[in-house]
Design a protein around this ligand. Sequence first.
Ligand SMILES: Nc1ncnc2c1ncn2[C@@H]1O[C@@H]2COP(=O)(O)O[C@H]2[C@H]1O
Length: 361
Amino acid sequence: MNDKSALSIEQFKTYEPIASLSTERLEELITLITLDSPGIGVSLFREGDIDNQTVYLLEGDIQLVSSDGDMNRVISAHDDAARFPLADGQPRRATATALTRARVIRIDNSILDYMMMWDQMAVSENTVTNSEQESPSSARPQSADSGEPDRSWIRKVRHIMAFEAMPPANIKQLLEKMQPVEVRAGEVIIEQGEPGDYYYVLTEGKAQVTRSIRLASLEAGNSFGEEALLSGGKRNASVTMTSDGQVMRLSKEEFDALLREPLLARIPPDEARVRVAGGARWLDVRHAREFHHNHMPGADNIPLHELRMRLDELDKAAEYICYCTTGKRSAAAAFLLVQNGYKASVLNGGIQVMPQDLQRG
Ligand SMILES: Nc1ncnc2c1ncn2[C@@H]1O[C@@H]2COP(=O)(O)O[C@H]2[C@H]1O
């Protein structure tokens, strides 16, 4: 049903609006689509549905019918109309039913938006790069002459999960709000024990994270400095450049508005109980001693400070509801999980708001 091997980039280039995507982006897109083969009489979607999908007809004939009589037409995969998404728009304005055996491509709209956004960014990046090549006198990327911001760092950060998971509209703002800072080897970007002020993305050079000992090496494309902003605590480690380079930084206020709020799903106790009954898992990110004192029934315990090292103990297919006492440490934990491609949310208010659910010992 989902054999995409027969799909070619050439074929994709006949569909609107995805025809405007670069070949690189189309190759990525093919891996993310769903292929569906509805039988005769089966509905692809119904009028009023909000399925957040773009659907293209690959093979067969379908009928589109709306209840107000405005639409009643048959579309065959050979028609020119099949180059466009079927009854585009949400909620759906018509019901689509297969008249023959059909094959359709379904693409998640947020993925499509994201792909379009990245290609637009790449275009503006190339425009800047080309104009720099034409005028070698503009040595600084952010030249006062052109007034154009340097976007060449975008490519390096494209795969940061926090950015992948965010709505495309926010990405644009994020790119505008992040400030470039040139840094030298030996410069301490973050000092352990200080309050959190900025979130950083390393775009050039190398850095190391230390807390008495060296914890990790960072390279272009890595982000850091999110934990103190999320937990409201102090910086838990120092980050020092080991070569000259560049960081992009985002103030705490912008981080809250653009990354924290859109990415962190906070769920109230009632909803959390329902989700756990439906298969979600409690993840207790307090210290082991706190966990042994009391915890949610069936919870896993990975203390926040161990989470980075123990991510591989978690299941990417599972949904985790992170909790601590108040919701602060769990916000940092859920952000880390989402950033690494896990499904995670935060128990709003922490377990202090649901003492009756706790299991002792
Ligand atoms: N083990 C680790 N590996 C990589 N980065 C880390 C590690 N521990 C802490 N950090 C980062 O170092 C940052 C120090 O400041 P924060 O506590 O705000 O956020 C922290 C993390 O982003």
